[in-house]
Design a protein around this ligand. Structure first.
Ligand code: GLV
Length: 369
């Protein structure tokens, strides 16, 4: 038995994503923590994102023969080993000096798709060169300077990114009070997408986000689909009508999301918005969901409601802050282990066996934990 080591996450008994959250809050710089952890307004949706999954009770099947289990799913027509995707998250150098490179390494270590944010601290070619083997998607903020966005999208295509995740729920930036009270900043030189869009000097994340074009419309999505070869996923949809419009305008997927509750407080959660969107547009595009996924059971519930995949955000930043690529990988491994146990114990050895009969509204009321 080797002696316990202080910085070894296993020695600290980091067993759950919540353990990572608490441990990361102790090591992160307060301004970075305010940026990453905060939500909009009173943070009601921030809490409900987690609680909404908890309000669903599981209805396990028994004696289903679960000796062989496979969490694999089909996403954008491609077989993936499991349904997890690293959500796009900006400014990852605030969590760890290796930033997005470490996140992509940790993701690749578990076969997880990783999304690079337009406002990432690593450029499109840098990440591709550092972790060429990872399955990479590029998250697009359409800037007021459309030429810059066209250039970034062209770079993503040249450097082997496999899809564009166009975030449409940030025409303006939400009011995030933790961030306003304890602002962080990054130099434009350290945020390649922001610098390309004309940012100069040290800016807060909210100032960078002000480069985004609030005039974006469905016709722009259609043009984006037509003008370049990568599949387009529209991120930030909460209404069935909008999911239908996404399909009408050529999107291959939607992410049902309230942007980690960072934009408008008291919106629906992804968990609540998911089923009607699957019913309306699930036969025309891939429905992905995010927000509040903290347990393997949450992933299973999302799949049972009809999602093809789930995005995970903040918990990976906690892993990144604590232990770089290994921390990211470990958080993903915890979720995958929990998902495997959940598949076995609900009697659904692979996601194709799941349907809505596996969940029902819970009779309990939970305090989000
Ligand atoms: C950027 O997209 C943010 O939510 O901070």
């Amino acid at each position: 038995v080797s002696p316990a080591h202080d910085s070894d996450p296993a020695a600290e008994q980091l067993l759950s994503l919540r353990d990572y959250e608490h441990a990361a809050a102790r090591v992160l710089d307060p301004a970075a923590l305010a940026y990453f952890a905060g939500g909009a307004g009173d943070e009601l949706s921030l809490h409900q994102n987690v609680a909404a999954w908890q309000r669903l009770a599981l209805r396990p099947r028994v004696l289903a023969g679960v000796e062989r289990r496979d969490p694999g799913v089909t996403l954008l027509g491609t077989r993936r080993p499991h349904p997890l995707i690293v959500a796009p998250m900006a400014f990852q150098a605030l969590a760890h000096p290796d930033g997005e490179r470490a996140t992509a390494r940790g993701a690749h270590g578990t076969g997880t798709v990783v999304s690079l944010a337009t406002l990432g601290s690593t450029s499109i070619p840098e990440l591709a060169q550092a972790v060429p083997e990872a399955t990479r998607w590029f998250q697009v903020y359409v800037f007021k300077d459309r030429g810059v966005t066209r250039e970034l999208i062209a770079q993503a295509g040249e450097h082997g990114y496999e899809a564009l995740v166009v975030t449409v729920d940030l025409p303006v930036v939400g009011r995030r009070e933790r961030e306003l009270r304890t602002p962080s900043s990054a130099h434009a030189d350290a945020i390649p997408g922001g610098r390309a869009a004309g940012a100069e000097g040290a800016l807060t994340p909210m100032q960078f986000a002000a480069l985004v074009d609030p005039a974006l419309r469905w016709s722009d999505i259609e043009r984006l689909v037509a003008d370049q070869p990568l599949p387009v996923i529209v991120k930030g949809v909460l209404r069935s009508e909008d999911a239908r419009l996404a399909a009408d305008h050529g999107a291959r997927g939607v992410v049902v999301s309230n942007h980690g509750a960072r934009q408008l407080d008291t919106t629906l959660t992804g968990a609540e918005a998911l089923a009607p969107i699957v019913d309306t547009a699930g036969d025309r595009l891939d429905v992905i969901v995010d927000g509040g996924i903290r347990r393997g059971t949450d992933v299973l519930k999302a799949l049972a409601l009809g999602a093809r995949a789930v995005m995970v955000g903040r918990p990976l930043l906690w892993g990144l802050a604590l232990d770089g690529a290994s921390g990211v990988q470990r958080v993903l491994e915890i979720l995958l282990t929990e998902l495997d146990v959940a598949l076995a114990l609900t009697g659904a050895p692979d996601p194709a066996q799941l349907d809505r009969s596996f969940v029902s509204p819970a009779a309990w009321v939970t305090e989000p934990r």
